[in-house]
Design a protein. Structure first.
Length: 465
């Protein structure tokens, strides 16, 4: 059995016990006094553990002195209280087995020095060995576990929604086609267009942009459900907060209106960011020092403050009277851009905002029509530093109004027959939202680009497959 470095540094093993640790060399320094100091990391926590390797070891010259940054080893030795500042324990090695040396150490891409995030994206297979990406990985894992815990405590059922679908739920035309057609013999219609009606399952098929329509079917029986899985959008913009493949957490609650939906979103964000504050202090200290000096303060702000609630109409007035020169001017009826969202959350209010009741024409067909006939019961949660991290709504549960929206938007009604059935058989008011998981990771880490908070980013121009 070997121990994780996290357990050893946390004092889970008594001093003077003989232990085995396994990991990768971060640095090695050789002292004239007859030993080497090796910093070994294994991903279990931010800090590496210091190994003291005496020159008396049999393989000291032949192997240990060849073990450069990135080499892997298994170390057996005595755990001792550390004399130096900072670290609690170190290991006095009695045997070291070098498992894998590094070919041509001078050209090993991950040197013990700061690398730019842009460079690290070109070596996505090696970048988890760095401090930054290791810390991101632990934080994102903490968030994912906290999401499932929160949902479980609130008695939500996790539903696996399909990734292959026929319906463009958001209506934004950003779907990737899934095709089984033979590219060299494409079936054509009379009009000379490709006949996709003969494609996958005998109809057009796409990768899902959101699991929402499917969670709505389950909420109409299970009362509280969520999906947490990958979604795909052929984003044609190249921004620091959009990916072509990203994960979404989508809770859906029956018998709930927009206000209850907003409360759920606020409670969930508080719960998951508190988990990061409680459990990942080591990684947060790094982010706060090296990436963004306000990240801890901002997380504490989310956990301890009440989110602002504001109507879209009021937000437009605030933006118009702000005296700021925005790249895109705002008028009632336009969708807000990241610059507007960030102004509202960062400069105007200084905490997250739940922005509600957007004009119907900039939102999807399924959102519930308000009595004014102009707005729908939509909500976005805007976070300082990022902008939108959640989009949600109360759903239209009245069949006649849903139908007129489907017609108004020119959507193929026959594709939504099952969705319409939910309104025909025991319809109930219901609401839900989608949290962009990587945007939550961005917020929790202070990282600046969404490509650096997902293991293998798929985005315009950067996919290093
Ligand atoms: P945006 O306005 O930023 O393009 P959206 O309004 O298109 O987002 P929604 O359809 O509301 O997004 O999706 C719900 C959530 O999913 C968003 O609030 C956001 O956190 C996340 N999200 C949307 N598109 C992307 C993307 N391309 N990459 C990463 N996360 C995304
Ligand atoms: Mg979008
Ligand atoms: Mg949006
Ligand atoms: Mg949205």
């Amino acid at each position: 059995k070997h121990w994780s470095i996290s357990d050893l540094l946390a004092g889970k093993v008594d001093a003077d016990t003989t232990v085995t640790v396994k990991g990768w060399v971060r640095t090695r320094k050789d002292s004239k006094a007859g030993f080497s100091f090796i910093n070994l990391h294994d991903g279990s926590c931010f800090d590496p553990i210091q190994i003291i390797a005496p020159a008396e070891l049999d393989n000291y010259n032949s192997e240990i002195l060849q073990a450069t940054t990135g080499a892997s080893m298994a170390v057996e030795g005595k755990l001792v209280a550390s004399q130096g500042k900072g670290q609690s324990f170190e290991v006095q090695a009695t045997a070291i087995e070098v498992l894998g040396l590094v070919d041509d150490p001078a050209s090993y891409p991950i040197q013990p020095k700061p690398h730019t995030m842009e460079f690290l994206r070109t070596v996505a297979h090696l970048r988890p060995r760095t401090n930054a990406i290791g810390a991101v990985t632990r934080v994102q894992n903490c968030l994912a576990q906290a999401i499932h815990r929160f949902m479980h405590e609130r008695q939500f059922y996790w539903i696996h929604t399909p990734l292959i679908t026929a319906s463009d739920c958001e209506g934004a035309g950003e779907m990737f086609r899934v095709s089984t057609l033979d590219q060299t013999h494409m079936p054509m219609t009379d009009k000379g267009e490709v006949d996709y009606s003969q494609d996958f399952f005998g109809k057009e098929a796409f990768l899902t942009v959101s699991g929402q329509l499917n969670v709505e079917t389950y909420v109409s029986a299970m009362s509280k459900v969520y999906t947490f899985g990958p979604t795909f959008r052929a984003e044609n913009s190249n921004t620091s907060r959009h990916l072509a493949e990203f994960w979404m957490v989508e809770p859906e609650i029956a018998f709930a209106d927009l206000a209850q939906n907003a409360d759920l979103a606020e409670d969930m964000l508080k719960y998951i960011f508190k988990a990061v504050l409680d459990e990942r202090g080591d990684d947060l200290a790094f982010f706060n020092q090296r990436i963004d000096k306000t990240v801890i303060e901002r997380l504490e702000g989310v956990v301890n403050s009440e989110f602002e609630r504001m109507d879209y109409t009021e937000a437009v007035k605030i933006l118009q009277n702000s005296g700021k020169k925005f790249e895109f001017p705002v008028e009632w009826g336009t969708d807000l851009q990241s610059e507007h969202e960030r102004y509202l959350a960062e400069e105007k209010v200084g905490k997250p905002i739940v922005l509600m009741n957007y004009p119907k024409d900039i939102k999807a067909f399924y959102m519930r029509m308000n009595d004014d006939g102009k707005t729908v019961a939509a909500m976005d949660v805007l976070a300082p530093g990022i902008g939108e991290i959640i989009g949600g709504s109360q759903r239209e549960e009245r069949l006649d109004i849903l139908d007129s929206r489907i017609d108004e938007m020119g959507l193929p009604k026959e594709n939504y027959w099952w969705y319409r059935d939910l309104r025909r058989y025991g319809t109930v008011p219901h609401s839900g939202f989608g949290l962009g998981f990587e945007r939550a990771v961005l917020y929790a880490t202070g990282m600046k680009n969404i490509r650096d908070v997902i293991p293998f980013p798929r985005a315009a121009g950067t996919a290093e497959f």
